[in-house]
Design a protein around this ligand. Structure first.
Ligand SMILES: Nc1nc2c(ncn2[C@@H]2O[C@H](COP(=O)(O)OP(=O)(O)OP(=O)(O)O)[C@@H](O)[C@H]2O)c(=O)[nH]1
Ligand SMILES: [Mg+2]
Length: 244
């Protein structure tokens, strides 16, 4: 993943520096692959063994990926786990593929509690979502965030994006609105979209837009994006409960 547009909110709610501490390393050990510097996908049946003396609570979030076939949704989920980019065997996703990533956060308040976020990514293969209506309905139920994914080579898709975001917002409950983020992928490949397009969209609609390339995934970049996603989810929790 590459360029990161400066975010609209300063990252103040979570203490991202904490991730370099010994305490954080112990948490990360529980959620990473044993032999590689990558996060593990804990499928629905497994839980990590967390150090309970450090982690006081767990929160679970549902994050849906939406975008045309081939725009890079599945590759993005892999990149968020710090997994190596691969063009081998990359097939369109059939149905819904869920990936459960755990991510530890320390809250920037006086008692500095450490929470474990479980991020359930719902990666809906575009071909299946257009073929089966119920998939769309199931996937927006109790949603916390939608990541709208568009390829940097797809101007038309980008132009339709705001209408698509409104359409998805109209499908969910007005009392529990999800966060919308836009990820523009394939920035390494003949992009027709520019940083300027992304900035304009961000300013016009107040929705954060990130430019990236899944081809350059590393755990360091994944860490940056997971911190950012966690920050937005936590901010929304505080807003929904009137604490912000
Ligand atoms: N160069 C480059 N290739 C990418 C990038 N992201 C995805 N790809 C490639 O684009 C192709 C499609 O990517 P996927 O992640 O499978 O697309 P998808 O959105 O999951 O597609 P569906 O499952 O059909 O909805 C694959 O061959 C990927 O390797 C990127 O950022 N850069
Ligand atoms: Mg896919």
């Amino acid at each position: 993943m590459a360029t990161l547009i400066v975010d609209d909110h300063p990252t103040a709610l979570l203490d991202h520096q904490w991730l370099n501490s010994d305490q954080a390393l112990e948490c990360l050990k529980a959620i990473k692959e044993r032999t590689e510097n990558q996060l593990r996908d804990f499928s629905l049946l497994f839980n990590p063994t967390l150090p309970h003396s450090i982690v006081t609570k767990q929160y679970r979030y549902k994050i849906l990926l939406v975008g045309k076939t081939g725009c890079g949704k599945t590759s993005l989920v892999r990149a968020l786990m710090g997994k190596e980019f691969s063009t081998l065997n990359s097939q369109p996703t059939l149905g819904i593929q869920t990936t459960n990533i755990y991510w530890p956060v320390r809250i920037n308040q006086s008692t500095k509690p450490v929470f474990m976020f479980r991020l359930d990514f719902w990666d809906v293969g575009h071909t299946s979502s257009t073929r089966f209506d119920y998939i769309d309905k199931d996937s927006v139920d109790s949603l916390d965030m939608i990541i709208f994914v568009v390829s940097a080579a797809d101007r038309e898709g980008f132009n339709e994006l705001h209408r698509l975001i409104e359409e998805k917002q109209s499908q969910c409950s007005p009392s529990r609105r999800f966060i919308s983020l836009v990820f523009i992928t394939k920035f390494d490949q003949y992009p027709v979209l520019t940083e300027n397009d992304a900035n304009e969209f961000q300013t016009k609609y107040n929705i954060s837009v990130y430019l990236l390339s899944n081809a350059y995934s590393t755990m360091r970049l994944a860490t940056g994006y997971l911190n950012l996603i966690s920050e937005k989810l936590y901010r929304r929790d505080l807003e929904l409960t009137g604490q912000l």
